[in-house]
Ligand binder design. Structure first.
Ligand code: HEM
Length: 450
């Protein structure tokens, strides 16, 4: 028997309207009303399934990874910005790029960047001190976006890029929003049509491309300039068989990918975490107690990372309830059979950290914010993939350690000094664009901790 249709299905347009106007509610209603599997349909003959059970997540992302591709409407739109970089490419091309990039993300290399991450966070601390003394609210979401952009620009791409980072960050944020419109509106005019929206999109994309090309040229000219380990590795990489270097276009795609994937995600994780901490005084107190005990009045270093289990659990719980990547899509290339369920060739498979992280079979009190679930000894028997904020299998996030080390050090450095507070009564609303961010930002008042 076919799985039930997801809620909000309408004649002709199928699930387009509900996924466009209320995607998170559609996903959670589908889980509540239909259970682990729902069918979805979109105009243009696109059909597929929502798959919420951890076994299904494993089947699509791990066991049958070779039978699925990223040939989906979401990734096609993303390709307009990221080109054929690591996030969007597939097959042999992707594998080669992943092998080249992997060494830059080695745990020891990420830990070695810790001191620089803390240095860059101290600049944000200076800005927050000024705001705290003036009693002026600041947009903490935007502040985190600027900080993580600075970190990725400096550490992965080289300090020279940092100069232009703010402009690139704004352009990428705009481009991600524009792309989202494209994903949810399949009748968007092709990019080659000279509509005002398309022109603006192309201009922003070309601006990003220009800054990136200049950064590549500077690094080529001065490979030993400070920072930019990742960029240097990409420039120096050679194909094992042909000995060829990456073309300028390939280099550009990977750099824009790292700019895009590497800052927006971690910034939103931090933004949501500040929001949760402001709403959960007990959690905040316990985290402060850990920071005070481990750090006293010094700043964190990467060596402190293993010594801050509660702070890390706060971030993990934030990624459970407000997972920045809330939906992962795949095209099934060869039919997959999962017990009674068949995923036909050419159908779409949608996996949702947002829904699965709330699955009542695997999580007690799913809506409650409780970092204790992630502490050692919490005694969980959950399947591993009941929690997959970084995806799973061969396409798992290459930057997961980078993100978690960075977020822990940023949180420790700032939370030791400050307590950001949401305005009374404000409950931030998730805006699920390509990543999930707090709608309208987070206007918070930052109090200095005495
Ligand atoms: C909290 C922060 C982050 C989250 C939640 C996150 C989440 C994810 C997820 C879910 C995927 C898999 C997408 C899929 O299977 O379709 C992914 C892939 C990827 N992420 Fe992240 N990410 C984060 C931070 C980062 C950072 C800091 C970097 C780089 C510095 C990065 C670079 C990438 C790349 C290059 C891929 C594609 C990997 C591949 O397919 O080989 N991410 N990320």
């Amino acid at each position: 028997m076919p799985a039930p249709l997801a809620p909000g299905h309408l004649p002709l347009i199928g699930n387009l309207y509900s996924m466009r106007t209320a995607p998170l509610a559609t996903l959670t209603r589908a889980l509540r009303e239909n259970g682990d599997v729902s069918r979805v349909e979109f105009p243009g003959g696109h059909r597929g399934h929502f798959l919420f059970h951890p076994d299904h997540v494993r089947a699509v992302l791990v066991d049958h990874a070779k039978q699925v591709s990223k040939d989906t409407p979401g990734f096609s739109a993303l390709r307009l910005l990221l080109g054929n970089g690591l996030v969007t490419s597939d097959g042999a091309f992707w594998l080669r790029q992943r092998r080249i990039a992997q060494p830059a993300f080695h745990r020891a290399k990420i830990f070695a960047l810790g001191a620089r991450m803390v240095e860059l966070t101290k600049r944000t601390a200076e800005e927050w001190t000024v705001a705290a003394k003036a009693g002026a609210p600041i947009d903490v979401a935007e502040s985190m976006m600027r900080l993580t952009l600075r970190v990725v620009a400096d550490t992965m791409l080289g300090q020279d890029v940092e100069r232009d980072a703010a402009g690139v960050g704004r352009a990428i944020t705009y481009l991600l929003h524009a792309l989202n419109q494209r994903i949810v509106r399949p009748w968007a005019p092709p990019v080659s049509w000279p509509t005002p929206g398309n022109k603006r999109f192309m201009e922003a994309r070309d601006n990003v491309g220009r800054v990136v090309d200049e950064a590549i040229a500077r690094k080529r000219a001065k490979p030993d300039s400070p920072g930019g380990e990742f960029l240097r590795m990409l420039i120096e990489a050679r194909d094992e068989e042909s000995g060829e270097a990456m073309t300028d276009q390939q280099l550009r795609d990977e750099v824009v990918t790292i700019f895009g994937a590497g800052h927006e995600t971690t910034a939103n994780l931090l933004a949501w975490t500040w929001s949760w901490l402001s709403q959960m005084p007990d959690v905040r107190r316990r985290m402060h107690a850990e920071l005070d005990a481990v750090l006293g009045d010094r700043d964190a270093t990467a060596e402190d990372y293993p010594k801050l289990p509660y702070t890390r659990a706060v971030l993990a719980e934030s990624l459970r309830l407000t997972p920045v990547v809330w939906l992962i899509s795949r095209r099934v290339e060869q039919e997959i059979t999962l017990g009674d369920l068949t995923l036909p060739a050419r159908s779409l498979a949608f996996l949702s950290p947002y829904a699965t992280h709330r699955h009542p079979t695997f999580w007690d009190n799913p809506e409650g914010f409780d970092p204790g679930r992630f502490l050692e000894g919490a005694g969980s028997t959950r399947p591993t993939l009941a929690y997959f904020p970084f995806g799973a299998g061969p396409r798992k996030c290459i930057g997961d350690t980078f993100a978690l080390v960075e977020a822990t050090l940023v949180l420790a450095t700032l939370a030791r000094r400050f307590e950001p507070e949401l305005p009374p009564g404000m409950l931030p609303v998730p805006e699920p664009v390509i990543t999930m961010r707090p709608r309208g930002g987070l206007p918070m008042r930052v109090r200095l901790r005495s």
